[in-house]
Design a binder for this molecule. Structure first.
Ligand code: CIR
Length: 269
C-alpha cells in the first residue's frame, strides 16, 4: 500500500484472486483487452506472497470471495496511516462489498478508525506517500468530497497533503507513480507536466521513465530493496544505479486488469 511509511511495513494483508478474476474491471490501458488467466494469476500471487515472507514480514492471507472479481486489490479498501485507518467508500460500486472482511481483519490492530461518508468516494490506489507528504489523485474513482474527508483525517495526524489530477487514461495515481523510498519518485516521462506534486521536498529526486515503461513506475520499497514488475529494464537500471537491490516479480495477469504491485497489499506495523 502506498500510505505506509517505510518503517511501517511489518504486517501485510493480501488476498488471492478469485476464480471469477477474468471478470475484474479493466480500462485496458495496459492490454488489448485480453482477459487475465486465473491459474497464472494464482501462481504470480503466490510469488508475491513468498517474496514478503522471505523479507521477514508477517503475511495475513484473507480468503478470496467469488462475488468480487477484484477482491485481490486490497489497497483500495483501506487507507492506513501509522496504524490509524480511514475506510473509504470505494469509487466502483461493484467493489464496495469487498470491504467487509478487510474491516474485520484490520480494525483490531488500529489506534483509531475513521469512515468516509457519502457523497465521498476515494480508492486507496489514489494515494501516494512521499516521505511524510501525501499526494491524493483526483480520478474517476476519487471525488472532491472523499479527498477532502481523507485530508481532514491526515490533518488530525499532522500530515500535509495535496491533490494531483490523474489523467483520464489512467485508473489511479498509483497506476502512474510510486515512491520506493523517501528520496525517490518514479513517474512516466509524459506525466512530467501533467502530474503536479506541490511542495515536493527538494531532497526528493524525480526519476522519469520512458512512457512504454509506465506500468513499471509502480514499485514497493522495503528498506534498501525495491520490488518491481518483471520486464521494465529502465526502472531496474535507474534503481540499481542508486544503490538499491531489485526483486522482480511477474505481474502480467494483474496488469491486464489495471492492478499494479501496490494494489495487492495493505501494510501496518
Ligand atoms: C479496478 O478497476 O478496480 C481493478 N481492476 C484494479 C484495481 C487496482 N488497484 C489499485 O490501483 N490500487
Amino acid at each position: 500500500m502506498s500510505t505506509s511509511s517505510h518503517s511501517d511495513k511489518k504486517n501485510i494483508i493480501v488476498r488471492p484472486p478469485p476464480k471469477s478474476f477474468a471478470n475484474a474491471l479493466t480500462t485496458s490501458q495496459f492490454t488489448n483487452g485480453e482477459k487475465p488467466n486465473y491459474e497464472l494469476a494464482i501462481k504470480q500471487h503466490k510469488e508475491y506472497v513468498e517474496t514478503f515472507k522471505k523479507l521477514g514480514l508477517n503475511v495475513i492471507i484473507l480468503e478470496s470471495e467469488e462475488e468480487y472479481p477484484d477482491c485481490c486489490f486490497v489497497e483500495d479498501q483501506a487507507l492506513i496511516v501509522d496504524n490509524n485507518v480511514f475506510f473509504p467508500i470505494p469509487g466502483a460500486p461493484s467493489r464496495r462489498g469487498e470491504q467487509k472482511s478487510i474491516i474485520k481483519a484490520i480494525t483490531p490492530h488500529m489506534r483509531s478508525i475513521h469512515w468516509c461518508q457519502e457523497p465521498g468516494k476515494i480508492d486507496g490506489g489514489d494515494v501516494v506517500r512521499v516521505g511524510d507528504i501525501f499526494y491524493i489523485g483526483k480520478s474517476k474513482r476519487s471525488n472532491d468530497s472523499g479527498i477532502s474527508q481523507f485530508q481532514g483525517f491526515l490533518r488530525k495526524l499532522n500530515f500535509e497533503s495535496y491533490v494531483v489530477n490523474v489523467p483520464d487514461y489512467s485508473l489511479h495515481l498509483t497506476t502512474l507513480c510510486s515512491s520506493p523510498n523517501f528520496n525517490l519518485l518514479l513517474i512516466p516521462e509524459s506525466c512530467q507536466n501533467d502530474l503536479v506534486f506541490t511542495n515536493l521536498p527538494k531532497s526528493v529526486e524525480i526519476i522519469t521513465i520512458p512512457d512504454h515503461e509506465t506500468y513499471g513506475c509502480n514499485t514497493i520499497g522495503i528498506e534498501d530493496k525495491v520490488i518491481i514488475s518483471e520486464g521494465y529494464s529502465t526502472v531496474k537500471k535507474e534503481l540499481i544505479e542508486r544503490g538499491l537491490e531489485i526483486i522482480e516479480l511477474p505481474m502480467s495477469e494483474f496488469r491486464a486488469v489495471d492492478g499494479s504491485l501496490t494494489c495487492l497489499s495493505l501494510f501496518y506495523k
